[in-house]
Design a protein around this ligand. Structure first.
Ligand code: 3PG
Ligand code: MG
Length: 401
């Protein structure tokens, strides 16, 4: 069975003059200084083509739904979808009606009116049944639409009522949206038979966060370049000193396990570093693998950048997940921005960036448009690469009994 997308004729036939219920991931980051301002609208921007395609198919109404933040099953208006409703209305140039709750009695009335073509259900996670993958909650949501569209790639790793169980009520009437299509097609170029050489760059703070993806990638990559604080447990596991760098015993144990695997020779570690005596303080160049005394490693060093770039320049497929250092601080952003720049210069390689921090770094570098694909899913893209699929995608593809 193949995944069906809204580009198929059968969708257009089913959606014409009907109500289309569509799940998106509108879980956008908010500006911390002012809770009502969306800091990055990418996930909303990426939903617009799907909403427009549904309208173009002649849908009578589009009922949008999403979660937002983690309100833990209770109504908490700091997690209201109101800012998202406003943003959608602006971008679509249409009115968007936000309901009071996802199960509001007024919704049925709204669905019968000619006005309110676009309805956004209030945050699904105000109901504990959403995360509980509750069948009855999914059934109630399903009554709002004749056809279901799933485009919430960023939440497809969650087995929740609106991402999973809802498929029980749309047999042969469930389709993937345009964003889901692009995400799956792009990730499949990493997961299924990637063009070689395939080089992965993995960074971030902790080995424990990335252990599963490292183990999965070691099977298919030619080289796995490691940076960020998670490099230090690997170096320590090899017998190097790491000074006062971030390096938990648990991570050293995991690093030892990985370095004991048959494919350990694919792993490339930093050979020099940018350090400091205080976290984010004055930078000190450490031109060797060992970090001594009280120094804290905060970025990969210049020789490492050259070495990593050499591997990347020959690559035909590149996956990048996680920054190479404390890139939020300009003094320690060279490694991360260096990777972004090299990837942006690759001519015929497929470059995929996934994971919140590396996506931020690419956006900051102004080089985002030069990447082949930037995933809108952090956890979702990692789990897709680990497992080759996600619960929300499986449910959409095969349905639920
Ligand atoms: C995300 O941003 O990771 C997705 O929207 C899923 O949200 P969650 O991690 O709170 O389940
Ligand atoms: Mg998450």
């Amino acid at each position: 069975m193949a995944l069906k997308f809204i580009t198929e004729e059968s969708f257009k036939t089913l959606a014409k003059d009907k109500k289309v219920l569509a799940r998106f991931d509108f879980n956008v980051p908010m500006d911390k200084k002012d809770g009502a301002v969306i800091a990055d609208t990418t996930r909303i921007d990426e939903a617009i083509p799907t909403i427009k395609a549904i309208l173009e198919a002649g849908a009578k109404k589009v009922i949008l739904m999403s979660h937002f933040g983690r309100p833990k099953g209770k109504v908490d208006m700091q997690y209201s979808l109101e800012p998202v409703a406003k943003c959608l209305a602006e971008k679509l140039g249409m009115e968007v009606t936000l309901t009071e709750t996802a199960l509001d009695r007024g919704i049925k009335t709204l669905l019968g009116l000619n006005e309110s073509k676009i309805i956004l259900l209030q945050n699904l996670r105000f109901h504990p049944e959403e995360e509980g993958n509750d069948r009855e909650f999914a059934r109630q949501l399903s009554t709002y639409g004749d056809v279901f569209v799933f485009d919430a790639f960023g939440a497809a790793h969650r087995k929740h009522a609106s991402t999973y169980e809802i498929n029980a009520f749309f047999k042969n009437k469930a389709y993937g949206g345009l964003l889901l299509k692009r995400e799956v097609e792009s990730l499949d170029r990493i997961v299924k038979d990637p063009k070689k050489p395939f080089v992965a760059v993995v960074g971030g703070a902790k080995v424990s966060d990335k252990i599963k993806i490292i183990e999965a990638l070691l099977i298919s990559v030619d080289k796995l370049l490691i940076g960020g604080a998670m490099a230090y447990p690997f170096l320590k596991a090899q017998g190097h000193t790491v000074g006062k760098s971030l390096c938990s015993d648990e991570d050293v144990t995991l690093a030892k396990r990985i370095l004991g695997m048959p494919s350990k020779n694919k792993i490339v570690l930093p050979s020099d570093h940018l350090c400091s005596l205080t976290f984010g303080g004055e930078p000190v160049d450490v031109g060797q693998t060992n970090i001594e005394g009280d120094l804290i490693g905060l970025d990969i060093g210049p020789s490492t950048i050259v070495n990593y770039n050499d591997y990347l320049r020959n690559a035909k497929t590149v996956l990048w997940n996680g920054p190479m250092g404390l890139f939020e601080n300009k003094a320690y952003a060279k490694g991360t921005l260096g990777i972004a720049k090299t990837l942006s210069e690759l001519k015929d390689a497929f470059t995929l960036v996934g994971g919140g921090d590396s996506v931020n770094a690419v956006n900051q570098s102004g080089l985002a448009s030069k990447m082949s694909h930037i995933s809108t899913g952090g956890g979702a893209s990692l789990e897709y690469i680990e497992n080759g699929t996600l619960p929300g995608i499986q449910a959409l593809k095969f349905g639920i009994d």
